[in-house]
Ligand binder design. Structure first.
Ligand code: NAD
Length: 488
């Protein structure tokens, strides 16, 4: 049985109050690990350790030291990639293929930020000859990093790599449903020669996250998760006006025009909606289809859904695993029923698959709700499960208005062969990412984040590093002389 501990001030330790939590397999509800369940008190000692480390010799590290550190982490991720991928699949239920892809992306994220950090040199500004004026980037300080359960280590990497690369100290708090890969990652960190307190792991629930958000000794909090917790973190952060980064939910329209390649668009629509059983913040869960191809598109989807192989993520033939928790399973079923009650047509799915192996665990059929209209709640609220809704639209304006009429703004996609239309739509859609004739790709080089209620700030890309820095204007007068402004 895997047992996890907290890692604070360079030492593995048990929570002060001795708390533990059973970690369940989403595939069969068996206990796969016992995780340390920290509390506010543990978060406080981790914050104090991170504060001391930030104010100590860690501040003297050079960009070369920190770039080397990120590259060393990437090498350790590569070394343990298979073990990490297996832990991620065990804990989240996602297929091993998906977890292996995640580990590759995580190592790439560390390498990308290593390169970026190494190229950081500040700027010398134009100024009078007796003055040296420089623009410098400095670390923000102590960073509280809070991550969700759907991409546990990937989301952590998007925060840890730029935070350490910029010279901050960190306390990471993964979701208490999925702490296993972040715990293993911390073992890799412990192999490296980092000063005590630079990297701290405090597993636990919302109270640990709340402490990170409220503490006046934390300078920045970066959170990925739902709107409810995001709102409370934003309010808590006002105590010391700490920097905040919020990556929140989405309701992402996947808009298919009649001139698109129908079979390709259907194929991608499946990937957009059912990859990782739809538990993706950018899932294409809201299909919008032009009127003239609507019936054909829905029919093609309906024909494909029963062929999706649902099963244990460790089996090679599995295409879709279970959802992650009992709570999520219940919520998704409730939302499907509510959608039907408000007039959506259940074309396929909406229940637990049949068969003995699916009776334990959090299994759901891929689900298609058709004839959805923009005013229905099912078209507006994030489902975060293997459910796609289909709406019809009659014109480009119609599609645009309905797609933008959501509090969210994370991602959208457009399918058309008309480049002018593709360009018009991608400019007019109010979303942080707009794909044309594709779905889901992201790169460390490109920014990730949402408009409106999908978040504040961006991760990845140069801006993803800049968010962990303060900008300083350093002005040095080399030959000060009396000014005489107020006379002699
Ligand atoms: P969640 O908000 O329930 O929890 C996220 C994290 O916050 C967990 O570690 C949790 O313990 C902690 N937390 C909960 N309440 C808190 C509080 N009051 N103060 C501080 N911390 C608190 O989210 P979840 O269910 O783990 O994740 C699913 C959500 O995450 C979805 O809405 C999804 O869209 C979103 N998400 C967004 C992105 C993105 O890039 N925008 C990526 C992945 C997931």
């Amino acid at each position: 049985m895997i047992q996890t501990q907290l890692y604070i001030d360079g030492r593995w330790q048990s929570p002060l109050e001795g708390g533990t939590r059973d970690i369940l397999s989403p595939a069969d509800e068996s206990v796969i690990a016992q995780a340390a369940e920290g509390t506010r008190a543990d978060a406080q000692i981790a914050i104090a350790a991170a504060r001391r480390a930030f104010d100590g010799p860690w501040r003297q590290t050079t960009i070369r030291d920190r770039a080397r550190l990120l590259n060393s982490i990437a090498a350790l991720i590569d070394r343990d990639a298979e073990e990490l991928a297996r832990l991620e699949s065990l804990n989240t239920g996602k297929t091993l293929t998906e977890s292996r892809t995640d580990m590759g992306d995580i190592a790439a994220t560390f390498r990308y930020f290593a390169g970026l950090v190494a190229s950081e040199s500040g700027a010398v500004n134009e100024a009078p000859h007796h003055v040296i004026s420089r623009t410098l980037r400095e670390p923000v300080g102590v960073c509280g990093l809070i991550t969700p359960w759907n991409y546990p280590l990937l989301q952590a990497a998007w925060k840890i790599a730029p935070a350490l690369g910029a010279g901050n100290t960190v306390i990471i708090k993964p979701s208490n449903l999925t702490p296993l890969t972040t715990h293993h990652f911390t073992k890799l960190i412990a192999e490296l020669d980092l000063p005590a307190g630079v990297f701290n792991l405090v597993t636990g629930g919302a109270e640990v996250g709340a402490e990170l958000a409220e503490s006046r000794d934390v300078d920045l909090v970066s959170f990925t998760g739902g709107a409810f917790a995001g709102e409370s973190i934003m309010k808590a952060a006002t105590g010391n006006f700490k920097r905040i980064g919020l990556e929140l939910g989405g309701k992402n329209p996947n808009i298919v025009f009649a001139d698109a390649d129908l079979d390709v668009a259907v194929d991608y629509a499946l990937n957009a909606a059912f990859f990782h059983a739809g538990q993706v913040c950018s899932a294409g869960s809201r299909l919008m289809i032009e009127d003239s191809i609507y019936e054909a598109f829905v029919a093609k989807l309906a024909e494909r859904l029963p062929r999706i192989a649902i099963g244990n993520g460790f089996h090679a033939e599995t295409q879709m695993g279970p959802v992650q928790s009992a709570q999520q399973h219940e919520k998704i079923l409730r939302m499907v029923q509510a959608g039907v009650a408000e007039g959506a047509r259940l074309v396929y799915g909406g229940k637990r698959p049949e068969g003995d192996v699916y009776q334990k665990g959090y299994w759901l059929q891929p689900t298609l709700l058709a004839d959805v209209t923009a005013d229905m709640n099912i078209a507006k609220e994030e489902i975060f499960g293997p459910v796609v809704t289909a709406e019809r639209f009659r014109s480009e304006d119609d599609a645009l208005r309905a797609a933008n009429d959501t509090p969210y703004g994370l991602a959208a996609a457009v399918w058309t062969r008309d480049l002018d239309k593709a360009n018009r739509m991608s400019r007019a859609l109010r979303f942080g990412t707009v794909w044309v004739n594709d779905y889901h790709p992201y790169f460390p080089e490109a920014p990730w984040g949402g408009y409106k209620a999908s978040g504040i700030g961006r991760e990845l890309a140069r801006i993803g590093l800049d968010e962990y820095t303060e900008l300083k204007h350093s002005y040095i007068n080399l030959a000060p002389k009396a000014m005489g402004w107020f006379g002699a």
